[in-house]
Design a protein around this ligand. Structure first.
Ligand SMILES: Cc1cc2nc3c(=O)[nH]c(=O)nc-3n(C[C@H](O)[C@H](O)[C@H](O)COP(=O)(O)OP(=O)(O)OC[C@H]3O[C@@H](n4cnc5c(N)ncnc54)[C@H](O)[C@@H]3O)c2cc1C
Length: 420
């Protein structure tokens, strides 16, 4: 690929001087075929990554991703972009560790700039009990082969001088530092996986809503869509906040509730916040985007909803938590806020499993934290759909754990959700 044809600085200049007429669509816009070997319902991060790894790792290319809107219109393009491997429980720990390793090679793997930035995450603690919990979690992370450093207050103060150390309602006593954690550009992750899957022959079909799942004699045979019926021997339901509705089409009731989570971005500011920082006493997390906006969020709206917008009590709650931690952000003006629909499980951990229907698979329950899981989720879901066996790092994400009581009670965000 020449410097004037692929992605390069010279290409950008050349296109800018000639009216930007030379750019081609990055993926095709195919019409759905009558039949595929496998169908993925949902063109979010997890669905696209599943398709990519089905093609790349397992040589399955006669597959389609069916997306009711446009690629990246769901949570994959709505999150606060935090990537980390700081889980405590066996079952989650090895999965997120695997995911972080995939993130570290993702740009080379996709040949696409997803702006993965390992700027480090600092989880603050505010009491002796929280410090003990942070130390235990840090030890678990190190035992898993990941990194963690317990920061005392003087060191933290040097690293994060903008925190309110002197007058805070909850004294900042230190932090757990995870240097390999950070952020990535969310929609670039969707585009990168989409491009990689399309290049391998996967059909990415947008504006194609699945309206029914066809089952005969306990076996999936295809789907009904707004663009006609499509046959397939394997179907993966990867619809995040809509998972309950999708599974209902197959007569299943999932242990998933949908709730709105909101995010906020301020006007662009000079670099002020170098890391991702989370508040241990309020549910609040913040980073600064490459454009300078402060990107932050907090709790879900506590009532169940499919609306992709939130309400004012959660806004007030998030702003209060931010102000309590770093009063300087009170001067920044919020430019935008939005909501996404979260697929919340009772134990906060995900599901990647077969269903009782032969050929029908489910990947859901990503709670607050499914962005960082995208690479490993795609990897493990593809493994499951191709081989019929759970991947070893996802073997605890079973659907029947809610029946048997083998819960992974981590809340998907750390051992306590406010520790993130
Ligand atoms: C505000 C916010 C902040 C977050 N912050 C973080 C964070 O910092 N770090 C982190 O790790 N995670 C975070 N998350 C969580 C993360 O974004 C999600 O867990 C993850 O993106 C969900 O998986 P997905 O990308 O596949 O979902 P989506 O992008 O929502 O993909 C699902 C797709 O399925 C499609 N679909 C649904 N029904 C059908 C149907 N019937 N037919 C066809 N298509 C259908 C939808 O249109 C959608 O595009 C955040 C989420 C939100 C909303």
């Amino acid at each position: 690929m020449g410097i004037f044809s692929g992605y390069s600085g010279l290409r950008v200049i050349a296109e800018g001087l000639t009216g930007n007429k030379g750019w081609k669509p990055v993926w095709r816009d195919p019409a759905p075929k009558d039949s595929y070997d496998a169908i993925i319902i949902g063109g979010g991060g997890h669905g696209l990554a599943t398709a990519f790894y089905l093609a790349k790792n397992h040589g399955m290319t006669n597959i389609a991703v069916l997306e009711k809107g446009y690629l990246g219109s769901g949570n994959i393009g709505r999150n606060t972009t935090i990537v980390r491997a700081n889980y405590f429980l066996p079952g989650n720990s090895e999965f997120y560790s695997h995911s972080l390793k995939l993130w570290e090679g993702l740009e080379a793997e996709l040949n696409y700039n997803v702006m993965h930035s390992q700027r480090g995450i600092i989880n603050l603690f505010h009491s002796d009990g929280q410090r003990d919990a942070a130390a235990r979690r840090g030890n678990a992370m190190v035992n898993q082969g990941d990194d963690a450093v317990l920061l005392d207050r003087p060191r933290l103060r040097r690293m994060l001088p903008y925190l309110d150390f002197d007058n805070a309602r909850f004294p900042v006593m230190g932090g757990l530092y995870h240097a390999r954690g950070g952020t990535a550009r969310h929609d670039a992750v969707a585009w990168g996986y989409a491009r990689g899957a399309d290049m391998r022959g996967v059909d990415l079909i947008q504006n194609c809503e699945v309206t029914g799942i066809d089952i005969h004699a306990g076996r999936v045979t295809g789907v009904q869509t707004t663009r006609g019926p499509i046959r397939a021997g394997k179907v993966g339901m990867v619809t995040a906040g809509r998972s309950g509705q999708t599974a209902a089409m197959a007569g299943m009731r999932l242990p998933v509730e949908s709730h709105v989570l909101q995010a906020f971005v301020t006007e662009g500011l000079k670099p002020a916040i170098d890391h991702v920082v989370t508040f241990g006493m309020g549910h609040f997390y913040i980073s600064q985007s490459d454009k300078g906006g402060l990107v932050f969020g907090g709790d879900i709206d506590m009532y169940a909803s499919y609306a992709q917008r939130g309400n004012l009590p959660a806004v007030e709650h998030v702003m209060e938590a931010g102000m309590a931690l770093m009063p300087m952000i009170g001067r920044a003006r919020v430019l935008r806020s939005w909501g996404g629909i979260m697929d919340m499980t009772p134990d906060g951990s995900p599901i990647i499993d077969k269903t009782p229907i032969e050929g029908l698979f489910v990947d859901c329950g990503w709670n607050y934290g499914g962005f960082k899981a995208v690479p490993a989720s795609g990897w493990c879901m593809a493994h499951l759909m191709a081989t019929g066996e759970s991947h070893e790092v996802a073997r605890r994400f079973r659907l029947n754990r809610f029946e048997t009581g083998h819960l992974l009670d981590e809340e998907g965000t750390g051992s306590q959700h406010n520790l993130h």
